[in-house]
Design a protein around this ligand. Structure first.
Ligand code: NAD
Ligand code: DAU
Length: 335
């Protein structure tokens, strides 16, 4: 049995990853470190999971992290924990540096001390910046982050690579495009649209609505992460994409149509400052080396996601009735 320490396992992608591993891989035990920030949903994971331990720790707290490594034999580390919302990083960048940069450094230092076999940093296509109409990001594209969030993720990537070159630590980086699927926190575009539409509330669409993202269903991302963890080469970066570029306006139209709601719910609002125009991923490296390819096309993924939110109303209603109200108001005031 190998032990994989995950940070941010109560978040959207982290919880999907844990559920997948514990179902598919009986030879892997999970340790989940999460500080349960506003974005965490502990109920994403059922109680009494086998081969699973949880510690409530902030990754910026190095002594607490060290204690976990002192008390457990850890083979792999996957760092999902992050402040992940671009709009919030525009309002309060400080915590993004604390968690995404300092937290990653702590995790690297403690993992190095304990000679972990593999350290996988979960990064993002946003570190590459913004594309015009043509072209795609490859792993060789220079980093050019444009928001405090993406700058903090790029800084973390640089630190991770520095541990490979300086200490020969077996690190890897995955950079993925926009995820969607079950358990995504309703501050992000797709769950926000589904939930606001169901509640007949306005849907804020930034700028002209023509910004493009490359959407990937979260399970495809999870499978890409597993492939990199098992077969990736230390010191390498791997792009993961969904091969599904869509304008924000198109995505919203698709969801409203599925829910039988009118487009008049959409309100064009002030653009996000520094709003990246287009992301698109060249992920031929992971396809060639590991045979990875996303299997969910955007319509299938969106249908599954819409149904999940329809069938899990308690999950999002609980979030909407809690502290999130406060954060939601801050976001609206900002716009
Ligand atoms: P999320 O916001 O849904 O979840 C983040 C989790 O990390 C939460 O459970 C939170 O409690 C935890 N966390 C935050 N700060 C912490 C800290 N200081 N210490 C311990 N735990 C902390 O995020 P997500 O969308 O699941 O993203 C996970 C990772 O994937 C992030 O690193 C993000 O940058 C990256 N990523 C996300 C996407 C996407 O589309 N969502 C795409 C590419 C990469
Ligand atoms: O590309 C990967 C990144 O995708 C991840 O690294 C981030 O953690 C994740 O949050 C996501 O970032 P985005 O900023 O692209 O996602 P978001 O859902 O916030 O916005 C998607 C697009 O929709 C973006 O162009 C902004 C727009 N938008 C978003 C919201 C929340 C709106 O028009 N209205 C909205 O209310």
């Amino acid at each position: 049995m190998k032990t994989c320490l995950i940070t941010g396992g109560f978040g959207f992608i982290g919880s999907n990853f844990i559920l997948y591993i514990l179902k598919e891989r009986k030879d892997i035990a999970i340790i989940n470190i999460d500080d349960i920030t506003y974005a965490a949903s502990p109920k994403n994971l059922p109680d009494n999971l086998a081969n699973y331990k949880f510690y409530k720790i902030n990754i910026a707290d190095k002594p607490a992290l060290s204690e976990v490594f002192d008390n457990n034999e850890i083979d792999y580390v996957v760092n999902f924990a992050a402040e992940s919302h671009v709009d919030r990083s525009i309002i309060s960048p400080g915590v993004f540096i604390k968690t995404n940069v300092e937290g990653t450094l702590n995790l690297l230092e403690v993992s190095l001390k304990h000679s972990v076999k593999r350290f996988l940093q979960i990064s993002t296509d946003e570190v590459y910046g913004s594309l015009g109409k043509e072209g795609k990001f490859s792993e060789k594209t220079p980093l050019s982050p444009r928001s405090p969030y993406s700058a903090s993720k790029a800084a973390a990537d640089m630190l991770v690579m520095s541990f490979f070159h300086t200490y020969d630590m077996p690190v890897l980086i995955s950079r993925c495009s926009n995820n969607y699927g079950p358990y995504q926190f309703p501050e992000k575009l797709i769950p926000l649209v589904v939930i606001n539409a169901l509640n007949n509330k306005n849907i804020p669409l930034y700028g002209d609505g023509k910004n493009i993202r490359d959407w990937i269903y979260v399970l495809d991302h999870v499978k890409g992460i597993c492939a990199i963890l098992e077969n990736g080469k230390a010191g390498e970066v791997y792009n993961i994409g969904g091969d599904s570029e869509m304008e924000n306006e198109e995505i919203i139209k698709y969801i409203l149509n599925k829910l039988g709601k009118p487009f008049s719910l959409v309100k064009y609002v002030k653009d996000r400052p520094g709003h990246d125009k287009r992301y698109a991923m060249d992920f031929t490296k992971i396809t060639k080396e590991m045979g990875f390819f996303p299997v969910y096309d955007i319509e299938k993924g969106l249908d599954l996601t819409i149904n999940w939110y329809l069938n899990n109303e308690n999950w999002w209603r609980e979030i909407l009735s809690g502290d999130y109200k406060k954060y939601y108001k801050i976001m609206y005031d900002h716009r």
